[in-house]
Design a protein around this ligand. Structure first.
Ligand SMILES: [Zn+2]
Length: 373
């Protein structure tokens, strides 16, 4: 049996970490193409230019703002035409995904990622979401390599709205459950081989860190504080979770996410917010213990994450509507099937209803949680 794991080559994190970036760029070459999300370019661009001045020659991509395949190919052409050694993606998911796509289609440059929010565990991974020109999801791009450098300035992360951190924490918490399932089912990870013990151990550490520090970090994020708790949670959501999911494997929680994404009402929700409800549903699917279910609901409530259909913006969905989500998550090849046991349409449908019912009972106080300990 062959096992495999992938990692970003270098990871730098901390308050004012952006100032450290210049010390690590020279090893990657002499010229870089900057790709910045248009919404933050006005304040992030001068900050970055000042931080890395003199370290590399800079080129600027006029990023239109959406990670569409055409945009990725346009970036690749610009990188090739100007002979850039690296692409630096700065911002939320869109600039980073576009940078990943540009590097992938170009084939010669290396990737540097500077997330300004941690709403998912994408920054350290080689995966990107690709959109069509009509803004629908075309599919996933599995890049050639993970980033050569990831720089996470926690002062910037702490200054962003707390909702992003909550979303990233949910995505990170799901990592342990999904890696555990995928490994138990004997499935391949994103490298095409079985998971290493390292991936499993890091996924577990990610879970333990988030459970113990998540709510504290969220309160600190509310006031823009890059505290030790926030530092640990950022590392868990960004670095540990990526290694856990990419080298461990995804399973039903992300399968439910795919299903929930079929509903038009959820299109404004963040990735991790849908994964949160997906994880809750998956706990009922696999018949987890009441202690684990209670702990997860309690944690998500503290993290202000969705516990019910209503929290997702969907009021009393009919069985037909639920079936739309379930049929999407049961498409051949979906990570839904990385659970150790096989399930049927009814099992997925009733797991979502069970999670919603439990969440509603919690909200009204008609169910009590197991005491922790
Ligand atoms: Zn995810």
């Amino acid at each position: 049996m062959i096992v495999s794991a992938v990692f970003p080559s270098r990871y730098i994190q901390g308050r004012e970490a952006l100032q450290e970036m210049k010390h690590h760029l020279a090893a990657l070459g002499g010229s870089a193409m900057l790709v910045v999300d248009p919404g933050i370019a006005e304040w992030m661009m001068p900050r970055t230019i000042k931080a890395i001045a003199g370290a590399v020659e800079l080129e600027f991509f006029d990023f239109a703002g959406e990670p569409e395949e055409n945009e990725m190919r346009r970036l690749a052409a610009a990188v090739a035409a100007r002979g850039c050694d690296m692409v630096i993606g700065i911002g939320g998911g869109k600039a980073i995904d576009t940078a990943k796509g540009g590097v992938h289609f170009c084939g010669t440059a290396t990737l540097v990622v500077v997330p300004t929010i941690v709403a998912s565990d994408a920054p350290c991974s080689k995966n990107a979401v690709v959109y069509a020109a009509d803004h629908s999801v075309m599919g996933s791009l599995h890049g050639r390599a993970n980033p050569a450098l990831v720089v996470v300035d926690t002062q910037i992360i702490a200054a962003a709205p707390s909702r992003f951190l909550s979303s990233g924490v949910a995505d990170g918490l799901a990592t342990w459950f999904e890696a555990r399932s995928s490994i138990a089912a004997g499935r391949c990870n994103f490298t095409g081989y079985r998971a290493t013990c390292t991936a499993r151990a890091i996924a577990r550490q990610c879970y333990d860190t988030l459970i113990s520090q998540g709510p504290t970090a969220l309160l600190h994020c509310d006031i823009g504080l890059a505290s030790p708790a926030l530092e640990e949670v950022v590392e868990a959501t960004t670095l540990m979770s990526t290694i856990g999911f990419e080298s461990g494997g995804l399973a039903a929680a992300h399968g439910f996410h795919q299903g929930l994404s079929e509903w038009q009402e959820t299109c404004e929700l963040l990735h991790g917010e849908k994964v949160a409800f997906g994880l809750l549903a998956s706990l009922f699917l696999i018949n987890e213990s009441k202690d684990v279910i209670d702990e997860t609901f309690e944690f998500f409530r503290a993290m202000r994450l969705p516990l019910t259909f209503s929290d997702l913006g969907v009021e009393n969905p009919t069985d037909d509507k639920l079936r739309i989500a379930v049929r999407r998550m049961m498409k051949p090849g979906e990570c839904t099937f990385n659970e150790p046991l096989e399930y049927e349409e009814y099992d997925y449908l009733s797991a979502m209803q069970a999670a919603d019912q439990y969440g509603r009972a919690l909200r009204t106080g008609s169910v009590s949680l197991s005491p922790r300990g």
